[in-house]
Design a protein around this ligand. Sequence first.
Ligand SMILES: Nc1nc2c(ncn2[C@@H]2O[C@H](COP(=O)(O)OP(=O)(O)O)[C@@H](O)[C@H]2O)c(=O)[nH]1
Ligand SMILES: [Mg+2]
Length: 508
Amino acid sequence: MAPAPLLSVVIPTRNEAANLPVLLDRLRSALEGIATELCFVDDSDDDTPAQLEALAAASGGGVRCLLRQGSERAGGLSTAVVAGLRLATGSFVCVMDADLQHPPELIPTMLEAATRGAELVVASRYVEGGSRGGLDGAGRRLVSRGATAVARTLFTEARRSTDPLSGFFLCRRALADGIEFRPVGFKILLELLVLLPREVRVVDVPLRFMPRERGSSKASARQGLLYLRHLRSLFLDVKGSARRWKFGLVGISGLLVFLPLLALLSGPLHMRALLAVIPAYAVALAWNTGLNRLWTYSDRRRRAGAEGLSAYLRGAGLSGALMYSTYAMLIEVGRPPVASGAVAAVAAMAANAALNWTVVRRRPSAWTEVAVNGGVQAALAELAAAVGGDRAYLLPPDQRADDGAVPGPLLDRVVASQRPALWTEAASHRPQRRTNIELSSTLLLPLVRGGDVLAVVVCERRATSGFDDQALETATGAVDGLVSALARLDYLGADAPGGGDSPQAIIR
Ligand SMILES: Nc1nc2c(ncn2[C@@H]2O[C@H](COP(=O)(O)OP(=O)(O)O)[C@@H](O)[C@H]2O)c(=O)[nH]1
Ligand SMILES: [Mg+2]
């Protein structure tokens, strides 16, 4: 195998024949002296695929292309970027557009920022020195600004960059390897920002977004709709994301339980106002507690424990006392029960938010904490090298976003049987449509502890020959290196010192 390049540039293309020659020229001179591979994922109906094939044939390995046809194109740009990330073998990956709106000359600056310690580098239109002159028309500029503001308002996670919707960014490849991307999301950067743990250092570099000179933009109302679906999926499907909003929404829903109940008890049921509030508030409190556990803090349930519960109850007691005294005071001065209840409950909610603020602000304890952990990464790299694979990463045993990297049923089987598997697939039934990628071979190794599968190690190789039985055996042995790294991670519930299994027992 050729030595892995330092940088992979992932470029999705759709009908960019007019831009491709200029793009290649500029990439070549901008990246001179940097060991680079280009990864194109193409969905074109023009001359682009023919150009790419000729390029790949002449490049001697520096160009990888996935020329998609028919149903392979489902998802368009979103699946194209993810497929490109899966093709990449460099230590760093850069994603950019083919239409020259993203100047290739910026890549060395981004790479330098990354080698100096930034883990995710964003070419931003909204940072000093950047510009978005390339967005044609005031209308599109407004839409773009609005979409960015919505993303940043909804997800505090996205505020780590001034331009979370940029299509031009660079990161360590390992950062993207363990992420299960949502297939609706063509804003891959936003997805990374929401999913990556807090410790990941994000740096913006100014981007002068250039006007498109040739070909036409594929942006449309449909893409706008897709964007909204992406936001919805990141909000609902990512446990613990946008926590402040979830906390607020649960609070409001609690009011909608509390006030009608209070009206009923103090009105038609003729309970005394000072008494009626007690059962009404108790029901609303139970409602809020349940919903917050199920939804707002669904990523943290594993670790709630007795300590978390007693802290929660202390908070509930304090805010309940505040609620009751405010309510009683208002009743005392002759205000009606429901209005008094509304004011008192809002005061209690504010107090509750203040008491819970540190928890509410906490970023999702996402699977990616495991996936990008330094010790785990080192063990995975060692494993990949030992078996001659291009990459190794971890997948969680349960949730799946079927982005095509590993088929769900195969993963399910490995999890259910708790046995390693080896799976080799031709890239296509049309071999002449692919260059450099004859076979895609995948090793799947379950990490088992106490009868549960904690994670599945995925080891991939794209080459003329797949993994063999020997590789399966080597990997099964080498997986031990992951054990101690995994044992230290609290996402897996393995953080209790002295409790649980010893590291050696994780893999049976
Ligand atoms: N593979 C693939 N690439 C696409 C698709 N749609 C757009 N692209 C590419 O994605 C990049 C950005 O698209 P563009 O139309 O310029 O979007 P805009 O910059 O938002 O106007 C360009 O390189 C396009 O060729 C698609 O469906 N499939
Ligand atoms: Mg464009």
